[in-house]
Design a protein around this ligand. Sequence first.
Ligand code: ATP
Ligand code: MG
Length: 137
Amino acid sequence: MERTLSIIKPDAVAKNVVGQILGRFEKAGLTIAATKKLRLSKLDAKKFYEVHEERPFFKDLVDFMVSGPVVVSVLEGENAVALNRELMGETNPKEAKPGTIRADFAESIDANAVHGSDSADNAKVEIAFFFASKDIF
Ligand code: ATP
Ligand code: MG
């Protein structure tokens, strides 16, 4: 069993496709171990994406992530990290395989519908950023 952090980003929340995206996780065999809707503060968004601090797109990324509410979830299952990345598709929706979340719900590399942890180690850090262990089931 493995856990990963999913964020449904402001573009997808605004499109009202939260249920459809969570449904894809469940259909693929992942369990929603925790979930909540919240709006990130600028400080939170900068901290969450601090590995990208030096990248040219950092400011736009932070501004986008605070532009509206997001839905953060802990997904649990076998190979949860890799499976979630597969369901998400490529970072750039134009390169994402048909049937992936980003191909179906995202418009651009900036507004790309979802985030998913990229390793089991990062997943632990990202999950702890949003959830106390007592709130994960
Ligand atoms: P995420 O971390 O959101 O799950 P990812 O792991 O597929 O996405 P990263 O390389 O970690 O992609 O980039 C983090 C986010 O920064 C991307 O989801 C995207 O929104 C944004 N981003 C990445 N590369 C670019 C780029 N070249 N131009 C604009 N935005 C970008
Ligand atoms: Mg990433």
